[in-house]
Design a protein around this ligand. Structure first.
Ligand code: AMP
Length: 551
């Protein structure tokens, strides 16, 4: 047997001589404070007013917050809850909470109150930071949240509303005695820094606990040439909420690169977004398709062109062909589609425009841009069949999309077993293909795929085809029980105008889809139900239309 001292000596022999690295995400804001202190962070306050801060101020106030939390008695690894909008104060929390060693636990305020209660209890939050507008929500549930001992409202002392929330205080008072020169503690690289619960449609939400290392690596990947298509002179409109997957990493990526951030607060309607875009000369905008649908319609109705915007990064749901085309033709905006999930931090693939793409005829370009893109360096992808066999990456075969990498979830928070297989692969729950060039295409969410007579129909492809019809504003395809074929597709359409002509839509689809994919019915609806993270709630629609083809 080899002695321990020999083993250690041997190991030493094969180790490099470089320095070890124990950076906390607080180091990102320290860097921004030193290098880019004047770069702006612009927010829309609840009053509607546009408020200007910058990385220098955010850093100082984040340190005041971090030291105040320490003084209050918050310990490393404890989860600090937040129900907050995209504003400079949320940026301060991202750094102040994680930087002092606690965990920035973002809570999606659009969830059902029962889920909010579950999440607060599961995370054992002691303090919750909240916007004043969410006080009534928390007042109604606080009796069911026994771990919470203090509520901090994101406002000044003067703006404090009347509230029954326990030990309530304004944010400005809470940080008032804090130290703006506070030094972030050194933490282990795997120490937790962020917690986000998945908005699962079945069962309880599951927590994904990000580490300082995974967050830093993810931010670097997002900043890379094949990451999110950034330019250091960009003015980024962050419509993606900061409660969803750590705001797609943008609060870190912005500070790491000294890029101006524009944070819309509560103002998500077309008029408010257009005002911010024009005033702050936004060049790059991030959001989910449903938000852009609203913005594009508003622009059309009011004959507005988004002149300053060069690109938009869209993810969260498949980006329809018609949207890519409309952004390009009406606004000269290039669409970068990204794919990811709460479990993947989220960035995994992005469809960055290349020189070769620029040379393509427009129709081909838009078609290529409906693909979810190529993986960024650091994540690995593969597709497998139901027996676990790897499928060819020929652009034709499709199967379960598996992923692994240093910013991919290994185990859900407080779960007893890993969420990955023995080789570290995480099953995304998406069905996709990968082509020879490395582009990944989502065929469907596994639970949304339509099985007709044993064959699969892609709801994403059908939606894409239907949404290009000029009278269709939004299309959604669901599988509905059928006496002969098990399931058949039904197309739900939110019309773009008065015309509700099924025949015209059927005729339009004819040369775009396989004959047997033809929806068994087309139903016109006023709107589609949208979930807490901006995705169409197909589960609700499947329930509503479950007998539609049985009559
Ligand atoms: P969430 O964890 O709430 O962010 O949801 C992640 C899921 O959203 C993924 O597993 C996909 O099903 C879906 N998703 C995200 N981005 C895209 C995209 N670009 N195209 C299609 N589906 C997407």
């Amino acid at each position: 047997m080899v002695s321990l001292s020999t083993q250690l000596k041997k190991r030493g022999k094969f180790m490099s001589n470089m320095q070890s690295w124990k950076q906390n995400v607080g180091s990102i804001i320290n860097y921004a404070e030193r290098i880019f202190p004047e770069v702006e962070i612009v927010s829309r306050a609840l009053s509607g007013e546009i408020v200007k801060s910058n990385y220098g101020q955010v850093a100082k106030r984040a340190k005041k917050l971090g030291s105040s939390l320490e003084a209050y008695g918050i310990k490393h690894g404890q989860n600090v809850g937040s129900l907050a909008l995209n504003t400079y104060r949320n940026m301060e929390m991202y750094y102040g909470i994680s930087g002092m060693g606690a965990v920035m636990h973002t809570i999606n305020f659009r969830l059902h109150p029962e889920q909010v209660v579950y999440i607060i209890n599961h995370a054992e939050n002691r303090i919750i930071f909240l916007e004043t507008v969410f006080a009534p929500l928390l007042e109604a549930i606080q009796a069911n949240c026994p771990t919470v001992e203090k509520y901090v409202l994101l406002c000044s002392k003067e703006e404090m509303p009347e509230t029954t929330l326990k030990d309530a205080i304004s944010y400005e008072e809470f940080i008032d005695d804090g130290d703006e020169s506070y030094e972030w503690p050194e933490l282990e690289e795997d120490a937790p820094c962020g917690l986000c619960y998945t908005s699962g449609t079945t069962g309880n939400p599951k927590g994904v606990l990000y580490s300082h290392k995974s967050t830093l690596l993810h931010a670097w990947a997002g900043s890379s040439a094949n990451g999110l298509g950034l330019d250091k002179d960009d003015s980024i409109l962050m419509v993606v909420p900061m409660f969803h997957v750590m705001g797609w990493g943008l609060p870190y990526i912005g500070a790491m690169n000294g890029i101006k951030l524009v944070l819309p607060g509560m103002g998500m309607d077309g008029a408010a977004l257009v005002e911010l875009i024009e005033k702050e000369k936004v060049t790059l905008a991030f959001g989910v398709p449903t938000i852009w649908l609203g913005l594009l319609n508003y622009c059309k109705e009011n004959s507005i062109t988004l002149n300053t915007v060069k690109q938009t990064v869209i993810g969260g749901s498949a980006v329809p062909y018609a949207m890519i085309k409309q952004f390009d033709e009406e606004h000269g905006v290039n669409v970068v589609q990204g794919w990811g999930m709460t479990e993947t931090s989220p960035l995994a693939t992005a469809n960055i425009k290349t020189k070769e793409m620029e040379a393509l005829p427009k129709e081909e370009l838009y078609k290529l841009q409906t693909k979810q893109g190529k993986p960024v360096f650091g994540v690995e992808l593969k597709i497998i069949d139901d027996d676990g066999n790897k499928l060819p990456e020929d652009g034709e075969a499709y199967g379960k999309l598996m992923i692994r990498g240093p910013w991919i979830n290994k185990r859900y928070y407080k779960h007893d077993s890993d969420a990955v297989d023995k080789d570290g692969w995480f099953d995304t729950g998406d069905i996709s293909s990968i082509d020879p060039d490395g582009y990944m295409t989502i065929v469907d969410r596994a639970k949304d795929v339509i099985k007709s007579g044993g064959e699969w129909i892609s709801s994403v492809d059908l939606e894409n085809a239907a949404q290009s019809h000029p009278d269709v504003m939004q299309a959604c395809v669901i599988g509905v029980a059928h006496p002969k074929w098990d399931e058949r597709p039904v197309l739900l359409v939110v019309p773009a105008n008065e015309k509700k002509d099924k025949d015209s839509i059927y005729a339009f689809l004819e040369d775009k889809i396989a004959k047997w994919w033809k929806p068994d019915d087309i139903v016109f609806v006023e709107e589609l139900p949208i979930g807490a993270t901006g995705k169409v709630l197909k589960i609700e629609l499947r329930e509503k239309f479950k007998d539609h083809l049985m009559k």
